[in-house]
Write a protein that binds this ligand. Sequence first.
Ligand code: TRP
Ligand code: ZN
Ligand code: CA
Length: 446
Amino acid sequence: MRLSASRRTLAAASIALAGLLATAVPAAAGVSAAPATATAAAPTAAAAAPDIPLASVKGHLTQFQSIAAANGGNRAHGRTGYKASIDYVKAKLDAAGYTTAVQQFTTAGAIGYNLVADWPGGDEGQVLMAGAHLDSVASGAGINDNGSGSAAVLETALAVSRAGLRPTRHLRFAWWGAEELGLVGSKHYVGNLPGADRAKISAYLNFDMIGSPNAGYFVYDDDAALEKVFKDYFTGIGVSTEIETEGDGRSDHASFKNAGIRVGGLFTGAGRVKTAAQAQKWGGTAGQSFDRCYHSACDNTTNINDTALDRNSDAAAHAVWTLGTAVTVPPGEAYENTGDVTVPDNGPAVTSTVEVAGRTGNAPAALAVGVDIKHTWRGDLVVDLVAPDGTAYRLKNSSANDSADNVVTAYTVNASGEPANGAWKLRVQDVAAQDTGYIDSWKLTF
Ligand code: TRP
Ligand code: ZN
Ligand code: CA
């Protein structure tokens, strides 16, 4: 038995850590990951999320305020201000290259609308959703509740477009109707999804009230891995968070959670009162509600804490980028796939695909194949590069003596006999029992 107890423990810990995102959004084990596209300057890690401009998010809030003002003071279900809000968000997304759909439903004697926007590309079998309810209550413009979440999700979606993002997972953004009448729109969406489509949703992230004037920083704890993605962001900017407890199930994530979908989200507080301890660490006023204008006429553009809105908008983008395992596109020389693929212990070969397009002629005589495989005993692994026509180039044989961890290296392959364009695969097989691992990423540099 060559695997010592301590080594096994270490291995298990590192796999658990490295696999966190895969836990949050499970990749289909043993199945080819989504084809990746070209990356600039060959970064091996997913690109960091951009800063979401606060001014842009607030610009959307100003528009929501104007829409309310022009439509009887609110953006509530069944009122003209709601449909005008849908039209506003939809136009922005259409112009940015999204595929949008408006879904209708009827509740309380009026037609309601959900807006769903898909970013073309990514693995349709692993859909990452982010959403916010777009309706207000009838008593006001609903700028914090929930213009704030709606604007942050919109600006994140627009940032995806600006970045020309080619994420591994398919991204879908949604704005829900009639949340204030009992999560009606999101329930309608989830309830009308065919079971097969429901199963493809890796996670749903919810943003409802993220600019409360007397803000707290609350993270949903429904799913540990999703919670961690948000907490990591706030830790990185030195802001402590608490678990959201004010209204478990009181927003649209409940519709997804009830259907067995992993959920996460952010919240800065509603009617509940900020404690002295919370004011100590977050600032603001103890003994006062997080949002004194919750569900009131004064929930207007002055009812926003800019710092909270800014941080939470950036956190939303961070989560979409991180969970989408994003890769920024062209123009570039390296073609990379950063999607994790589990390599089953002593089992069948698995592959990860890199799609090369738009090149002329054959691949180079010195094709660089960058490989990053995490494994607790690299001697177990047989690794091949498989050209689009199926020709296999052996990169590495198995070896009983090769006891090191991981295969993190660059191989050079004479691929001059192969047309450059097409689906290249890294094929990895684990041929001995005990030690395990996964393809972390790999890339081709032409
Ligand atoms: N839109 C929710 C509502 O009107 C706001 C809310 C209250 C909330 N408690 C929450 C949102 C907790 C998320 C989590 O009730
Ligand atoms: Zn509300
Ligand atoms: Ca093994």
